[in-house]
Design a protein around this ligand. Structure first.
Ligand code: HOC
Length: 390
């Protein structure tokens, strides 16, 4: 019953009950010791708000723009792998919820629903996420497909050329090739709703890749090809090739260091996402909220208008407000929407967005603001180590 859901944590608990263990764990874990994964959330709490009173806080608005697109709040849905395994047709359901809410949805290259599936089920242009892969022909085709589908931005992920190890995935058999344990297979029997939905779709694989390689219906072949595709030679020159193929707006995802933010400016990125891949890659990297101020400062020093987004650890509207006040133009969320999807499908994603916006609006009001566009770091008490991060 959605009326009893009052926060993202409630959605997480329901998703944990409804989604098969191996796919729930895939979302809900970080790499190695998970120190970065945990820091992403706990560091947000270290930023305290300065409450203001007796300010007229009627007529509030969280609406703004991201890359010139109007959005109902400064938030976009992050690209997440195999989203259609949280719930059948998950990418289509999440894209529809994002469209209804008036925010951008990003489709991962590694999605179950294809670019064409999502385009056929939505009218708002979505963003498409791309990895640098060895098969340039595949990349070029993906880019053309994204163009044809009317995607309004290309999100290039820079931090997954080597995979961070997630212990739980290995233990659950979510590996290459997939080797689910008997326990995990038995666990499916306890998730009838998930199974029922999954039986009614044929989107149970990498939708963007099927059709590109022979024997793509063989999961062993498909996963081996995919994993071997990540190109470790990726460097800044490759970006010029991507830009030429695409010709539209580019967002670079995985920036954690001011020097890389500077490179992004030099290479003409329209936006960056300050991201440590949800704590799923370099364990021991700083939380994204701690890395943000130095990046904002460097981009400002360069006089660049490149937009700065941030993801990782955002579970509340308060976190959105903290990130925005600290200089992010917007946030992106992965797990927060995935919990909603696993719990209640499209309605669950919409509910997650509704909760986040409501929390953002109320917290902004407590800080004495009525327009998100006017919020700045004056509303925060910032720990010293955030500013010292250069
Ligand atoms: C087989 C490769 O962003 C994650 C995703 C990456 C998906 C790659 C799947 O798991 O963090």
């Amino acid at each position: 019953d959605l009326s009893k859901i009052t926060c993202i944590e409630d959605l997480r608990k329901v998703a944990k009950r409804k989604v098969p263990k191996m796919f729930y764990d895939y979302v809900d874990c970080g790499s190695y010791t998970q120190s970065t994964y945990y820091a992403n959330t706990t560091d947000f709490e270290r930023l305290k708000f300065r409450q203001r009173v007796a300010v007229n806080i009627s007529n509030r608005s969280t609406a703004t723009t991201m890359l010139g697109e109007k959005v109902s709040m400064p938030l976009a849905i992050s690209p997440t792998g195999i989203t259609g395994m949280q719930r059948a047709d998950g990418e289509i359901l999440a894209a529809k919820a994002a469209e209804a809410f008036g925010i951008p949805f990003t489709l991962s290259t590694m999605s179950c629903c294809s670019i064409e599936d999502v385009a056929a089920n939505t009218t708002r242009p979505f963003w498409f996420q791309l990895y640098m892969m060895k098969d340039r022909d595949f990349m070029a085709r993906l880019i053309q497909r994204a163009k044809k589908a009317g995607c309004s931005a290309l999100v290039v992920t820079l931090d997954l050329q080597v995979p961070g190890q997630r212990h739980l995935d290995i233990k659950n058999g979510l590996s290459t090739p997939p080797k689910p344990t008997l326990r995990n297979l038995l666990n499916l029997a306890t998730k009838p709703e998930w199974c029922w939905h999954m039986l009614h779709t044929n989107r149970r694989s990498f939708g963007n890749i099927v059709g590109h390689i022979p024997q793509a219906d063989n999961l062993k072949v498909l996963s081996k090809w995919t994993v071997e595709q990540f190109d470790t030679t990726l460097n800044w020159n490759d970006l010029e090739w991507i830009k030429e193929q695409w010709g539209g707006k580019i967002i670079l995802k995985g920036i954690l260091d001011p020097r890389d933010a500077e490179m992004a400016v030099q290479h003409g990125a329209d936006a960056i996402v300050v991201s440590n891949h949800g704590g799923r890659q370099l364990d021991g990297a700083p939380s994204t909220i701690q890395a943000l101020p130095a990046i904002v400062e460097r981009v400002k020093q360069l006089g660049s208008s490149m937009e700065i987004y941030i993801d990782g650890g955002i579970r509340t509207g308060q976190d959105i407000l903290r990130a925005y006040a600290l200089g992010a133009d917007a946030v992106m969320v992965g797990r927060a929407f995935l919990y909603g999807l696993g719990a209640y499908g499209q309605a669950g994603v919409y509910k997650a967005l509704e909760l986040l916006q409501k929390e953002l609006d109320i917290s902004m009001a407590f800080c004495g603001h009525t327009d998100i566009n006017k919020v700045n770091k004056d509303i925060l008490i910032i720990p010293n180590d955030f500013a010292q991060n250069h």
